[in-house]
Design a protein around this ligand. Structure first.
Ligand SMILES: *Cc1c(COP(=O)(O)O)cnc(C)c1O
Length: 474
C-alpha cells in the first residue's frame, strides 16, 4: 500500500464546507477596501517577500486555507494597484464590480467555450456580444467576432484572414501549398504601427524587410498622401489610437483608396476603436466601417477584466477558413461554435464578463466612460502645462506625453514619481525624446486624482532639482 491521499474525500469536503470561498471573498473585500491606502506600485520589500513562493513542488497535499492566506499576505501587496484610481501605466484599464462578480460566477461554472455543445451559455453570450459590438462600432452587418486573449492575438487572426484571402485571390491555396513560392503580397503600414503588429506579421511569414512603412505626421498618423499604389494583393494596416499620442489614422482617405483598389484593410484599434462609442470622439473613427478586419481590446478602454480581446472580420469565411485550416469545407451548425472564430479549441468563457461589462454600462454608460477618460486626460495636460511641464502631443483621446525639458531630467522625475507611490506612469520615447506617458484608462479616476497626481509630478521634479543643486554645490 502506498500512502496516496484520498483526493476525492478531501476535495469533496472542501467543496461541501465552502469555507475557502468565504475566506477568498473576505480577502478580496479587504483588498478592494484598502486599495486606496497603499502605494500604487508595490514597495521593494513586498517584492523581496515574493521569495516565499520559491519552493520545490510539495509532496503532500496542501491545506488550501493556509495557502490562500499566503497568497493574500504576500500576493495582494505585490500586485500593481491597477484597479485603483491613479494607475496610468501602459494602456491598461480598470474593472467594474458587475464584471468581476459575473466572472466569479463563471469561474465556478468553469466552462469550455470551444463548442456550443460544450457550453450553450458561452456560445449564446458570444453571439450576443458580437451583435452588440458590431452595432456599437457601426460595422458591416456581415461582421463576425472571435473572442481571444487580447489585441496581439486578435491582430494575428485578422492578418491571417487577410493573408489567406489575398493569396487565395491570387490563385494560391496557402493551406495546402504553404509559404514557399507564394505570389507576392504588398504590406503597407505606418512606421508608428504597434510592436504587436510587427510581431503578428513576422509570425505569419511576412519578412519585416519587405514591409512598406509609410511616414507619419507629428502625431504618429500615417500620411495618407504617402500611400504607395494599392492593388488587389495589398494588405494595409491602419491604427485607431497611437499607443503614445492616442492619434487616429485618417480612415476615410486610407480606406477609401484601399476600397477602390480592392486591397484589404486591417485596423489595430486596441484601445481607440472605443472612440466610436461617444458622440464626442466618434469623428476620430470615421471611415473604419470601410475596413475588412479590426482588432480591439475590451480589457483596455472598456474596463472589462483581463484577458479580453476581439477580432472582427467582415468576411466570415475568410476568418474561419484561416483559423480552422480546413479549406472551404467548414460546417456551420445552427448554433454558434465559438472555436471557428479563434485559433484555440479549448478556452475559458471570457464572453461572460464582456457581456456583463457591456450590459452594466449600456450605450450611455460607455459614452460617459469614454468622455470621462478623455476629459481627465485633457485636465492632466492643462494642469501640467500650468506647472511648466511640456506636453508633446495633442490630446486626441486618453494619452498624454509629458517632458520636463531635457531627457535625463524627464527620466529622473519619472523614476521619482514611480517610487513615490501616489500614481504610476510609464516612460516612452516620442520622436527621439524621453517622455512620461500618462494613459487614463480607468472609470475610477476622478478630477481629484488628476490633481493629486499632478502634485506628485511637481513634488518629484522639486526633489530631483534640489538633489541636483546640492550635488553642484558640493
Ligand atoms: C495594447 C495594444 C496592443 C496589444 O494588445 P494586447 O491586448 O496587449 O495584446 C496592440 N495595439 C495597440 C495600439 C495597443 O495599445
Amino acid at each position: 500500500m502506498t500512502d496516496k491521499p484520498d483526493i476525492h474525500r478531501i476535495i469533496r469536503s472542501q467543496l461541501t464546507a465552502k469555507a475557502l470561498f468565504d475566506q477568498a471573498g473576505a480577502y478580496a473585500f479587504e483588498y478592494m477596501d484598502t486599495l486606496h491606502d497603499r502605494p500604487v506600485y508595490p514597495s521593494p520589500e513586498t517584492l523581496e517577500n515574493l521569495s516565499v513562493f520559491d519552493e520545490p513542488l510539495p509532496d503532500a497535499m496542501g491545506d488550501p486555507e493556509k495557502f490562500l492566506a499566503l497568497l493574500h499576505e504576500y500576493g495582494s501587496p505585490a500586485t500593481v494597484a491597477q484597479t485603483g484610481n491613479r494607475y496610468f501605466g501602459f494602456v491598461n484599464g480598470g474593472v467594474t464590480p458587475a464584471a468581476v462578480a459575473a466572472k466569479w460566477l463563471a469561474d465556478v461554472w468553469d466552462q469550455n467555450a470551444g463548442l456550443f455543445v460544450m457550453s450553450p451559455i458561452a456560445a449564446r453570450l458570444e453571439a450576443v456580444c458580437e451583435r452588440w459590438l458590431v452595432d456599437l462600432f457601426e460595422l458591416p452587418e456581415t461582421t463576425r467576432a472571435g473572442f481571444v486573449s487580447g489585441t496581439s492575438t486578435a491582430t494575428l487572426c485578422g492578418l491571417a484572414a487577410a493573408r489567406n484571402f489575398l493569396l487565395a485571390r491570387a490563385g494560391w491555396d496557402v493551406h495546402q501549398k504553404g509559404l514557399s513560392k507564394t505570389p507576392e503580397l504588398k504590406v503597407v503600414l505606418g512606421e508608428e504601427a504597434h510592436s504587436t503588429v510587427f510581431k503578428a506579421l513576422s509570425l505569419l511569414g511576412f519578412g519585416l524587410d519587405n514591409l512598406i512603412r509609410v511616414k507619419t505626421d507629428n502625431q504618429g498618423r500615417m500620411k495618407a498622401s504617402d500611400l504607395p499604389n494599392l492593388d488587389t494583393a495589398t494588405l494595409v494596416i491602419a491604427q485607431a489610437g497611437n499607443v503614445n499620442t492616442g492619434a487616429f489614422d485618417h480612415f476615410h482617405e486610407i480606406c477609401g483608396k484601399a476600397q477602390k483598389a480592392r486591397a484589404w484593410v486591417h485596423i489595430d484599434g486596441a484601445f481607440g476603436l472605443w472612440a466610436r462609442g461617444s458622440e464626442n470622439t466618434k469623428h476620430l473613427t470615421g471611415g473604419i466601417e470601410k475596413a475588412d478586419s479590426w482588432s480591439v481590446d475590451a480589457h483596455k478602454t472598456l474596463n472589462a477584466p483581463y484577458d479580453c480581446g476581439i477580432v472582427l472580420c467582415r468576411d466570415e469565411s475568410a476568418l474561419v477558413s484561416a483559423l480552422q485550416n480546413t479549406g472551404a469545407y467548414i460546417q456551420y451548425g445552427q448554433n454558434r461554435d465559438n472555436m471557428l472564430y479563434t485559433p484555440e479549441m479549448s478556452r475559458r468563457a471570457r464572453s461572460v464578463e464582456l457581456w456583463a461589462t457591456l450590459k452594466c454600462f449600456g450605450r450611455k454608460g460607455i459614452e460617459s466612460l469614454i468622455d470621462g477618460l478623455c476629459g481627465n486626460a485633457r485636465l492632466f495636460a492643462q494642469e501640467l502645462e500650468k506647472q511648466e511641464f511640456d506636453i508633446l502631443n495633442d490630446i486626441h483621446f486618453n494619452q498624454v506625453l509629458v517632458s520636463c525639458g531635457d531627457d535625463s531630467l524627464t527620466q529622473a522625475v519619472l523614476a521619482e514619481i514611480q517610487s513615490g507611490g501616489v500614481c504610476w506612469c510609464g516612460g516612452s520615447v516620442w520622436k527621439g525624446r524621453a517622455v512620461i506617458r500618462i494613459s487614463v484608462c480607468s472609470w475610477a479616476t476622478t478630477a481629484q486624482d488628476v490633481h493629486m497626481s499632478v502634485k506628485s509630478f511637481v513634488d518629484a521634479r522639486t526633489r530631483i532639482l534640489s538633489k541636483q543643486t546640492k550635488k553642484e554645490i558640493k
